[in-house]
Write a protein of this length. Structure first.
Length: 160
């Protein structure tokens, strides 16, 4: 005996109704499972588990530029040095809008040309002195690894 195909329109109304409900359920489940895949967060949104304080001797040229009248963004980019990677985010937050007295510059780099380190994060805090020149108050640095315990966050762990 051969199975005959029955066109949808020729099926009894109750059967069509049940089939449509099942199709809608399957479509809803497929859409829900597709939406369940969490899109990866940008490195800007990654938590910082720990950061290493950078010694002032490592950024003498940047400190001299700050005291010489350079703006916080210029100073921060001098601290972090040349960029070799795919993406760099720079976020500057000032305290005091018209005449800032404190500035925090965060530089986040992704896609570094390293097989173990995916990205790095620099946090540079500057304060304006009485003369109007900026001074570096603190520099911290953290890394994100391509694999291992420090994925999806910044930390001071050595990347393997």
């Amino acid at each position: 005996m051969r199975n005959a195909e029955v066109p949808f329109a020729a099926m009894p109304k109750g059967t069509r109704s049940i089939m449509l409900k099942w199709i809608l359920v399957l479509v809803a489940l497929t859409a829900a499972s597709a939406g369940a895949k969490e899109t990866p967060k940008s490195l800007v949104q990654w938590p910082v588990a720990a950061a290493q304080v950078v010694a002032a001797t490592a950024y003498r040229d940047a400190a001299a530029a700050a005291s010489g009248g350079a703006e916080p963004l210029e100073v921060a980019l001098k601290v972090v040095g040349a960029f070799e990677g795919s993406t760099q985010h720079v976020i500057q937050t000032n305290e005091g809008s018209e005449a800032p007295v404190r500035s925090r510059v965060t530089v986040i780099r992704d896609g570094l040309l390293d097989d173990s380190i995916r990205g790095e994060r620099w946090d540079i805090v500057l304060e304006r002195g009485a003369t109007g020149a900026w001074a570096i108050k603190e520099v911290k640095r953290a890394w994100s690894c391509r694999r291992g315990a420090a994925q999806q966050r910044f930390a001071t762990l050595k990347c393997l």
